[in-house]
Design a protein around this ligand. Structure first.
Ligand SMILES: [Fe+2]
Ligand SMILES: [Fe+2]
Length: 492
């Protein structure tokens, strides 16, 4: 079953009493020094003379503090720095430095640094260069930072991750518009990266799975904040880039299901990467079979059916195998098994289809059905696809996961074209979170602006008039291909 949900935030220790003036002065000086040091080291390399001079000044401040206090901890609690567990009041002159350091550390998800003894020039340089080279937003930073320090033989510096406090998330999360931009970038960047990975694997070159993982971490954060934005992106069905587009969509649907199951961020990241790589075995299938504009014959099917096993082989041969957890490998092996094991590969002995496999199976089938292909130019509408999945629930698909998936995309799934009782056409944007209002999603009214572009007017179908009657209701789902409506335009 799913791993435990995200841990409850720890409550910060808030010692009472004001900090003494000497310590406060030293602390302010320290923050200013760190601010300047981070900036200088971003401009100069570690051998620069100006840097050398400044490092000496910093060492004096840091070591004075360490001598006085024994050790030194600088920690972020919400929007404040705590110096050895006491809140550091900032001076007016020091404000810019405080702000800079807070932002820079927060961006790198670093929450605390402890110096357990006096530093020398080499140690301070290693520390600062490792810090500035961390990638913003990467949740692996603390592990990476600690590993690099240990590799350089430095054991007297400890770093800890940034803690998120209750009620703080609103302030930390992005505005809806920004989130949309971020989602778009993540979506297209991931398509580009999976394309790169597949091309490299085909050419037997080094494939960078870490980059994929970092992108999935961003997607996980987005899905946790608002799943509808990335889910909307799955309506972008790029006909020519099917394989890449499909991989990203499967990953998004899987993440959204995993989130509803309460997976931890780490499990979600693994699931998302598995979704991206689920068809990686197809990179070894001949192009003629893969892109055949007609149904496959028996021999070709036989070849095609090998792709899950080939995927496992590719994964196990990856250079960065450390990035791959066994359940990811099993997920790829399982993704066409089907619940009753009637799928492929054929097994000698019965086994349970793993959770990753069961999730990906639903995501995979739904995306494949709703995407135009060379041999099926007009795909199923989202509604038709859901009813096909439902028909095979229990036999091919895990019924509980399917229920979760339907709750996620709604009975009028995201991206469906619907006719409203007001004679307006609408595109389903987001299902209502309450199960009893699942037939009342938020829709975008289909309209054009003066330039002929897609105009976005969102209407909530739970809106009522003065007499308590619903203002608008869905009458039926329509086929967007018949109406020549490019659904994806409304989600971009
Ligand atoms: Fe597949
Ligand atoms: Fe697939």
């Amino acid at each position: 079953m799913p791993e435990s949900a995200i841990q409850a935030p720890k409550v910060a220790k808030r010692p009472s009493g004001a900090m003494d003036t000497d310590l406060s002065k030293l602390g302010n000086n320290l923050v200013t020094k760190f601010h300047v040091l981070m900036r200088i080291s971003q401009i100069y390399d570690s051998k620069n003379v100006a840097l050398h001079q400044f490092i000496k000044e910093c060492l004096q401040t840091i070591n004075t503090l360490i001598k006085r206090e024994g050790s030194l901890s600088l920690k972020i609690v919400k929007d404040d720095f705590f110096l050895n567990e006491q809140r550091l009041p900032y001076s007016v002159e020091g404000f810019t430095s405080f702000k800079y350091l807070l932002t820079q550390w927060k961006n790198r998800l670093i929450g605390e640094v402890i110096f357990k003894g006096p530093l020398d020039e080499k140690i301070l340089k290693e520390f600062i260069y490792t810090l500035i080279n961390l990638e913003e937003g990467s949740e692996e930073n603390v592990t990476l930072f600690s590993e690099q320090l240990v590799n350089k033989g430095i054991s007297m510096i400890e770093v800890s991750p940034l803690e998120v406090f209750e009620g703080e998330e609103g302030a930390m999360t992005l505005q809806k518009e920004d989130r949309h931009e971020v989602a778009k970038n993540v979506f297209f960047e991931t398509i580009g990266t999976i394309k790169e990975v597949i091309t490299h694997i085909k050419g037997k070159q080094y494939a960078d799975v870490r980059k994929l993982k970092r992108l999935v971490q961003k997607a996980v954060r987005l899905v946790m904040e608002d799943e509808s934005i990335l889910l909307g992106m799955t309506t972008i069905k790029n006909y020519d880039e099917y394989t890449f587009n499909h991989s990203v969509n499967v990953s998004i649907y899987s993440l959204a299901i995993g989130r509803r199951l309460g997976f931890s961020r780490m499990t979600l990241t693994e699931l998302g990467v598995t979704g991206l790589l689920h068809d990686i075995g197809k990179s070894k299938i001949p192009r003629e079979v893969l892109n055949k504009p007609a149904p496959l014959d028996e021999g070709e099917w036989g070849v095609m059916k090998k792709h899950s096993l080939m995927g496992v082989e590719i994964l196990l041969n990856l250079k960065q195998l450390g990035e791959i957890n066994p359940r990811m490998v099993i997920g790829i092996f399982d993704h066409h098994l089907k619940n009753d094991l009637s799928g492929y590969p054929k097994l000698f002995r019965k086994k349970e289809v793993g959770l990753f496999g069961r999730i990906i199976q639903i995501a995979d089938s739904y995306d494949a059905m709703t995407t135009p292909r060379i041999y099926k130019k007009i795909p199923f509408t989202p509604e038709q696809a859901l009813s096909l999945l439902l028909r095979e629930r229990g036999v091919h698909y895990d019924p509980i996961l399917l229920k979760i998936f339907i709750g996620l995309v709604g009975i009028h799934p995201i991206g469906s074209l619907v006719l409203l009782n007001t004679h307006d056409l609408g595109i389903v944007y987001k299902p209502h979170p309450e199960p009893k209002l699942i037939d009342r999603p938020t829709v975008i009214l289909v309209a054009r602006d003066e330039k002929g572009g897609a105009k976005k007017e969102f209407v909530d179908l739970t809106e009522t008039d003065g007499r308590g009657q619903f203002k608008r209701s869905v009458i039926k789902t329509l086929d967007p291909y018949k109406y020549h409506i490019d659904i994806a335009k409304y989600f971009l």
